[in-house]
Design a protein around this ligand. Sequence first.
Ligand code: ATP
Ligand code: ZN
Length: 398
Amino acid sequence: MPETLEITPALPIPEHLCGEVQSKLAYVDESILTARVAPGGERITLQLSQPADGDVRARLEEKVQRVVTTMVKGAIRPKVQVLEDHLERPVPYHKDPNDELFACRELSQEATGIFTLGPLLTRLVAFFEDRFLELADSFQAEPYRFPILIPARYLERVNYFRAFPHSLSFVTHLREDLDAIDHFAAHAACDQHGALNMPLDAFSKIETLLSPAVCYHLYFALADRPLPGGQVTATAVGSCFRYEAINLTSLERLWNFTMREVIFVGAKDFVLEKREVARQRMQSVFEQIGLAYRVESANDPFFIGEFRKQVAFQSAFQLKFEIRARLPFKESTLAVGSYNYHQDFFGRHLNITLPDGAPAHTGCVAFGLERIAYAFLCQYGLEPANWPAAVRQGFSYE
Ligand code: ATP
Ligand code: ZN
């Protein structure tokens, strides 16, 4: 029987931080099933998987207050800059498509955050992929294929562990030890929660992770040398992994998702101009598709300790703009892509140099493929007859 714990935040949570604090509460304790910050920010409600005595409650409350204080104290409300507003574009569908997707087996869940997409969703993803590839082609972007694995020392080099520790996914294998391997082969089994019953010392030390982003691989490939030709434009699609705990619900938030990126490396003006041109080109693509959305300034989901500082920084320098599609069934929005500028962060940390010896600047335009297909279905439903002509015609059914 789930137990509820109500907490009054030590500091009132301003409205613009309610969502951010709520999403971080997912990482406070394994016993938390759901976490909710009331819209006014004056109350936090946790559902726990088991009854908690006074001591357990006190410890939980202390951890929750630590999150609140660290994220809220001294936080300045970033000014949201809206670059495009097409949220009111009329769309015909207002229901939650999830039940229908499951019912017609377009969506099946293997485990939390791990989904298989059926033919309709897959074709829709392919349709959007084609549009993003056209964008990449319009910049004559060079194609790349990046690995799904990424060495721990690469992520260390770009401070990833400090910024996003909560969402990392680690990779290991059995140690090269005949006894350990024989033991595993004979006894490995999953418990009722799906967890392997093997001791951690059967596994190797962790040197490798599942990659959380696409463009990082390009920066690593360009590291420690002058940038060829002074600028690079590239594109790649890749599986990305971000563990988002209890926030992993439906197609909105996946542990394993796919991103298509167009990536620009060069001088500051080059990167900023290309990012802006990409936004303008996508504006007419989204118009044809009939997507209701808005492009607005945003921040990355930094972990608690880094949150305030990094968000203020990203906001001040307009480093991230998100394409937020409308989800009519719950009157909210969902990021389906982003226009990013990293300044010379990767150039400095990875020693990528411009012809004048200065560190290169980088930026990327990133689209979440499952997300864009999902947002489209939220707005237009599963029946292709009700879709805008451009999508129907580009869709491989016709
Ligand atoms: P980075 O700056 O770390 O390289 P990025 O800026 O390229 O990352 P994000 O903006 O973090 O990428 O993500 C790009 C898009 O990927 C998001 O707009 C969203 O559509 C999709 N995405 C991100 N996280 C998830 C997730 N957990 N599940 C599904 N889609 C996701
Ligand atoms: Zn990127």
